[in-house]
Design a protein around this ligand. Structure first.
Ligand SMILES: Nc1ncnc2c1ncn2[C@@H]1O[C@H](COP(=O)(O)OP(=O)(O)OP(=O)(O)O)[C@@H](O)[C@H]1O
Ligand SMILES: [Mg+2]
Length: 607
C-alpha cells in the first residue's frame, strides 16, 4: 500500500507559517506593513518580552469590514491583487494573502477593526488558527491587532527563539527601517512600556533619522539625489566620521520596501572605496524608486529580497548616485572634529612660564627677529600665492614628459580646494599651509599616495601603466607554481608596466618596470603584486585596485622625507586637482584644516 498522503489544513498552515514567521520581528513587520498598506497616518507598536508573549499594532487606516474579518485570516486571501497580471506591478507591501493566516496559525490573536463609514467595529479572536469568537464592539477607526504567546503550539520553533532582549533588538531594527521607509507616517514604538522612538510623519527623512540615529549622525550626512537610467536614488549617506565596523548602519529601500540586496550594497561600498579605511562600512539610508514592472518582489518568502530585471543597470545608477554625492562634498576633516584633537594635546603653560615669555617678548632683539620673519613671510607669500596661470607655468616646466600628458588633462579639471600658501614642513612629515581663512596641515605621504593612485588608475584605464626599460634585466627565481602564475598573467603584468620573459629553469627575466618615483626595490614590488594575484580570495576588480594601491604606496614620498618649497608646492597643487583629494587610497585623511576663527577662539581673542 502506498504511503504518500496530502497533509491536513492545520499542518499545511503551520508549515507555511514557518516560512513567513521566523521570529516575533517577522510578525511586527507583517502587521506594520498591513497598517502601511491600509493608508494609516499613525501607527503605534507596543512590544513586551521581546514580542514573544505580547505585541500590539494599532493604526488609523481604512479598517476591515465585519464581513471580511474571518476571510482576512484565510490563506491566499488578499484585497491587494486580483490576478496573475497584477503580480507584474505590485504597488503595495503585501500581496500574497499569507501573513495573517500564518500569524494566527502559530499564536493567539485578537483583532479589532472599524471602517470610518461604519458606526460600530468588530472583534475576532483566533488561537492556533481556530476562531474562538467574533462579535460587534465599540472601536475607533482603524485596526488594532494583539498577538500573544508566539509559537505556543510549535514548541520546536519556540526553542529556537533568542533571549527576549535579542528578539527585542530585532524588532527595534525592523521598526527603525519601517519608520525610515515611510516618513509621512507617524510611528510610536514602545518596548517594555518605554517609548523607544516617535516620528512626526512630516515627510522629512532627516527628522526620522534624527529620531532614530541621533544628532551625531545628522551632522555627518550627505544627501543623495540622482536620476539614473533605471532608478531614481534618494536618501542620505554618511561621511567617514560615522562609518562603522559592521554593516549595521545600512538600510536599502526599493519603492519604499525595506530589503537586503547585494548588488546595491556592493555599488555603494564600491563608490566609497578609497574613502573609508579597511574594515569600515559606510552608513547609508538609500531609497531607490524603480518602475514596478522592472522589479520582481515575489522572490522571497518574507518579501525581504527583490530581483531586478537589469542588475548591472541598477549597480551603475546607484554607484553613480553615491559617487557624485561623495565627490560634491568638501571632505577635508576639520581639525576640531578629528579624533586626535591635536591642539588639545598642547600642554598648558603655567603662570610663571607665561611671565617669562612675556618678559622675553619685550626684548628688542626678539622684536627685530620677528620683523625679519615677517619680511620673509611676505616674500614667501608673494612667491607661492601666484595666480593660476603662473602656477601652471612653474608646474609644467618642472615635470617629465610622461606625467605631462596626464597633467594636461588634469588642468581641465576643477580644483577641489583653494590654492594654498606654504608655511613650511613639520617633522619632515606634514606640510603646513594657509588658505584665505584657514590653516591646513597635509600629510605628505597620504597626499602623494592619493596623487599617485589616481595617476596610475588613469594610466591603467587609458593606456596601461607607463613602463621604463631596464638597462640590465632583473632575473628572479620562483617556485614552479609562482612561475606558472606569472606566465599565466604576462598580459596583466604588462598592463602594469612589467615586461616579463621566460628565463631558464624556474626563473623569469624582467625587462621593463612601471615608471615609479624614487628608487623602489623592483623585486620586492614584483613579489608583492604576485602575492595579490595569488590570493584566491581576491576578485578581479580587487586585484587591479590592490595592485594600483601597491604601486601608489611604493611611489609615494615617505614620512620623514625632507621636501623643498617647490616640491611641497607641486604636491599641494596636484592634490587640488585629484578627483578625491581628501583621503589616501586606504581612506585616511590627506588634509585637515582649522579656520582663523577657531584659532582665535583657541587663543581667546574671541569668545
Ligand atoms: N491593518 C489592516 N488594515 C486594513 N486591512 C487589513 C489590515 N491588515 C490586514 N488587512 C486586510 O487583510 C488582508 C490579509 O492580510 P495579509 O497580511 O494576510 O495579506 P496581504 O497583506 O494581502 O499579503 P501578504 O501576505 O503579502 O502580507 C489584506 O489584504 C487586507 O485587506
Ligand atoms: Mg500583509
Amino acid at each position: 500500500m502506498g504511503n504518500i498522503r496530502i497533509l491536513d489544513e492545520k499542518t499545511i498552515n503551520k508549515i507555511a507559517a514557518g516560512e513567513v514567521i521566523e521570529k516575533p520581528a517577522s510578525i511586527v513587520k507583517e502587521l506594520v506593513e498591513n497598517s502601511i498598506d491600509s493608508g494609516a497616518k499613525e501607527i503605534i507598536v507596543e512590544v513586551k518580552n521581546g514580542g514573544i508573549s505580547y505585541l500590539k499594532v494599532s493604526d488609523d487606516g481604512c479598517g476591515i469590514d465585519n464581513e471580511d474579518l474571518e476571510t482576512a485570516f484565510l490563506r491566499h486571501a488578499t484585497s491587494k491583487i486580483k490576478n496573475e497580471k497584477d503580480l507584474e506591478s505590485i504597488a503595495t507591501l503585501g500581496f500574497r494573502g499569507e501573513a495573517l493566516a500564518s500569524i494566527a496559525a502559530v499564536s493567539k490573536v485578537e483583532m479589532i477593526s472599524k471602517k470610518s463609514d461604519d458606526s460600530i467595529g468588530s472583534r475576532i479572536e483566533i488561537e492556533g488558527g481556530k476562531i474562538l469568537s467574533k462579535e460587534y464592539c465599540g472601536s475607533k477607526n482603524g485596526t488594532t491587532i494583539t498577538v500573544k504567546d508566539i509559537f505556543f503550539n510549535t514548541p520546536a520553533r519556540l526553542k529556537f527563539l533568542k533571549s527576549p532582549s535579542k528578539e527585542g533588538m530585532y524588532i527595534t531594527e525592523i521598526m527603525q527601517n519601517l519608520a525610515l521607509s515611510h516618513v509621512d507616517i507617524s510611528f510610536k514604538y514602545y518596548l517594555n512600556d518605554k517609548l523607544i522612538f516617535a516620528t512626526k510623519g512630516d515627510g522629512d527623512l532627516k527628522s526620522v533619522l534624527l529620531a532614530i540615529h541621533g544628532r551625531e549622525v545628522i551632522k555627518n550626512l550627505i544627501q543623495l539625489n540622482h536620476i539614473g537610467n533605471i532608478a531614481t536614488i534618494k536618501g542620505y549617506i554618511g561621511n567617514s566620521s560615522i562609518a562603522k565596523g559592521s554593516r549595521s548602519g545600512q538600510s536599502i529601500f526599493v519603492n519604499k520596501r525595506y530589503i537586503k540586496n547585494k548588488t546595491i550594497t556592493a555599488a555603494i561600498e564600491t563608490a566609497y572605496k578609497s574613502i573609508l579605511t579597511i574594515n569600515k562600512y559606510p552608513f547609508f539610508v538609500v531609497e531607490l524608486y524603480v518602475n514596478p514592472e522592472f522589479v520582481d518582489v515575489n522572490v522571497h518568502p518574507a518579501k525581504s529580497e527583490v530581483k531586478f530585471q537589469d542588475d548591472n543597470g541598477i549597480f551603475k545608477d546607484v554607484y553613480n548616485g553615491v559617487k557624485n554625492a561623495l565627490l560634491s562634498q568638501n571632505l577635508i576633516v576639520d581639525i576640531q572634529e578629528s579624533k586626535q584633537n591635536l591642539l588639545k594635546e598642547i600642554p598648558k603653560i603655567d603662570y610663571e612660564q607665561q611671565k617669562i615669555s612675556i618678559d622675553f617678548d619685550m626684548n628688542e632683539s626678539i622684536k627685530e627677529e620677528r620683523t625679519i620673519f615677517n619680511n620673509n613671510y611676505e616674500n614667501r607669500k608673494e612667491n607661492n600665492c601666484v595666480d593660476k596661470k603662473k602656477e601652471e607655468t612653474i608646474y609644467n616646466n618642472n615635470v617629465e614628459d610622461i606625467t605631462k600628458k596626464i597633467d594636461d588633462k588634469i588642468s581641465f579639471k576643477i580644483p577641489k580646494f583653494e590654492p594654498l600658501t606654504i608655511i613650511g614642513q613639520m617633522h619632515f612629515t606634514y606640510i603646513i599651509a594657509e588658505g584665505e581663512n584657514e590653516l591646513y596641515i597635509i600629510d605628505q605621504h597620504a597626499a602623494h599616495e592619493r596623487i599617485c593612485y589616481e595617476k596610475y588608475f588613469d594610466e591603467y584605464k587609458n593606456t596601461g601603466i607607463y613602463s621604463q626599460s631596464l638597462a640590465v634585466p632583473i632575473i628572479i627565481d620562483l617556485s614552479i607554481s609562482e612561475k606558472q602564475l606569472v606566465l599565466d598573467n604576462i598580459d596583466f603584468f604588462k598592463q602594469f608596466g612589467f615586461e616579463i620573459e621566460e628565463f631558464g629553469g624556474n626563473s623569469i627575466s624582467i625587462r621593463s618596470i612601471p615608471v615609479i618615483y624614487g628608487n623602489p626595490n623592483t623585486k620586492e614590488l614584483f613579489m608583492e603584486i604576485m602575492s595579490i594575484l595569488n590570493n584566491v580570495n581576491n576578485e578581479r576588480t580587487n586585484i587591479i585596485d590592490k595592485t594600483i594601491y601597491t604601486l601608489a604606496c611604493k611611489s609615494a614620498i615617505k614620512a620623514g622625507d625632507k621636501l623643498n618649497y617647490k616640491e611641497m608646492f607641486e604636491l599641494i597643487d596636484r592634490l587640488r586637482y585629484c578627483e578625491n583629494p581628501y583621503t589616501c587610497p586606504h581612506g585616511r585623511p590627506t588634509i585637515i584644516k582649522m579656520t582663523v576663527n577657531e584659532l582665535e577662539k583657541k587663543f581667546k581673542r574671541i569668545q
